[in-house]
Write a protein that binds this ligand. Structure first.
Ligand SMILES: Cc1ncc(COP(=O)(O)O)c(C=O)c1O
Length: 448
């Protein structure tokens, strides 16, 4: 067991609350009807009917007073607006001047921009793991993804501290054998679909060296770069500052993109960085035609102000320590009751291995998710399983700065009670789109 992962920290939050949002719990009878109307898919429940919402850590953070006040200083001009300079300043403070950076409206928009037109049928993309939308945009071009994670990542019970690491031997072999077809290497920091696990700085910098040797570009999907940097500090380089780790993370890349809705503590937006010297003309043309002017990418200037400030706040060590300790709080509660979860605890949430709880069911995550919602109005999301392959997970993602530990404790108790009771609806698939089914599929009770 890694010595840091199973400590529950009762740290008070390094912030206090000024604005609140009321939440309420609909009656149990209503909850039964609400989940039925949502086709037993938590993604389709109206948010107003959720008491504790652990569906996603994306776009769900609380804003700071600095973010809000800066948004009022925005300048909604069409081009080279004030917020653009604030944005560039913030990026340069953390990452330096190695990249040309663009604000854009969402991470998946960047994926569409980068992959469509640049990848072709027969191309290979090497990765540690890719998020659902990333896989979608790569596969739409006819390219194939080859995931080469370290063996330890396949064992959910292993406490290996860096399960998002790439297997370097396999990477070199693949590049040697298929070099002409490998378009790029893309790394997800942290790996959102397998536990929020980090990549080590050593592994990342070695991948960067290998990518240079083979002249294959390295792309970093840094949606959760700050949590990854914190876990590197905790587990690998305690003496380095979080900021210096973050700088080294991005320095390893030729291209990086960050959905601003996760670690950057913003309700919207994304950041794209292209290493200076890489030809960016075609890309700028596409940004302009598809997204918006190159200094806003479809975002309002107020959004840009919020993102700039959120980017700086994301690396505050006190905040990160509190944030990760809150995720661990839930992990420890579930783990101590022998609920099967992915080990060790990652950065953004706790992943219940629903396939291990209900091994004979086709959609165990949806059955557990529905029962948890009915029990106490708590919502999580479902990943993997029949829609994307592998085991199905019921993910409890913790929004940043939004909930108190009392909320987390309540959610943990409801989840434990539901799983111990062992009464789950038996679901069968009613309808699903041809891709990304886990977000949009609808189910019905088997007897219906
Ligand atoms: C790792 C990762 N990459 C990319 C995305 C897509 O970003 P966005 O939600 O801004 O479109 C997500 C979204 O959840 C993600 O988790």
């Amino acid at each position: 067991m890694h010595n840091t992962q199973r400590k529950t920290n009762n740290l008070p939050p390094p912030f206090k609350t000024k604005v609140i949002e009321r939440i309420s719990l609909p009656s149990k009878e209503k909850r039964k009807q609400i989940i039925k109307d949502a086709g037993y898919n938590p993604f389709l429940i109206p948010a107003r009917d959720v008491f504790i919402d652990l569906l996603s850590d994306s776009g769900t953070s609380a804003l700071s007073k600095e973010q809000l006040s800066l948004s009022l200083l925005s300048d909604e001009s069409f081009a080279y607006q004030n917020g653009y300079y604030t944005f560039i300043d913030a990026i340069e403070k953390i990452i330096g001047k190695e990249f040309i950076t663009y604000p854009l409206h969402q991470g998946r928009g960047i994926e569409a921009l980068l992959f469509k037109g640049f990848l072709k049928r027969g191309d290979i993309v090497v990765s540690n793991a890719v998020f659902e939308t990333t896989a979608y945009h790569i596969e739409q071009t006819g390219a194939k993804i080859v995931n080469l994670p370290v063996d330890e990542s396949k064992d959910e019970g292993s406490d290996f501290p860096f399960k998002a690491n790439l297997n370097l031997g396999k990477l070199q072999d693949t590049l040697k054998k298929k070099m002409d077809n490998v378009a790029f290497i893309i790394l997800m920091l942290t790996d959102n679909n397998k536990g929020g696990q980090p990549i080590s700085l050593k592994n990342l910098e070695e991948i960067s060296q290998i990518s240079k040797k083979f002249k294959i570009p390295l792309i970093i999907d840094g949606a959760r770069f700050a949590e990854n940097a914190y876990l590197i500090k905790e587990r690998e380089f305690p003496k380095l500052s979080i900021k210096s780790i973050a700088k080294r993370i991005f320095s390893a890349a030729d291209i990086f993109y960050i959905s601003a809705k996760k670690d950057v503590l913003s309700p919207a937006g994304a950041i794209l960085g292209i290493r200076k010297g890489i030809d960016n003309k075609k890309l700028e043309e596409k940004i302009l035609a598809q997204e918006g002017f190159i200094t806003h990418g479809g975002l309002s200037d107020a959004d840009l102000m919020i993102i700039s400030q959120g980017f700086l706040e994301s690396l505050d060590e006190k905040y990160l320590r509190y944030r990760i300790s809150q995720v661990r709080r839930l992990y420890n509660m579930l783990n101590s009751e022998n609920i099967p979860v992915i080990h060790p605890c990652g950065g953004n949430g706790v992943y219940i291995i629903s396939s291990d709880i209900l091994p004979d069911r086709n959609f165990p995550g949806y059955e557990i998710g529905s029962a948890v919602y009915i029990e106490g109005g708590v919502r999580g999301s479902v990943f993997g399983g029949k829609f994307t392959g592998g085991k199905e997970y019921f993910r409890l993602a913790i929004p940043r700065r939004a909930y108190f530990n009392e909320h987390i404790d309540y959610a943990g108790k409801i989840i434990i009670k539901t799983i111990k009771k062992g009464k789950f609806p038996h679901l069968q698939l009613k309808e699903s789109p041809s891709a990304l089914g886990n977000f949009l599929a609808r189910f019905k009770m088997e007897s219906q």
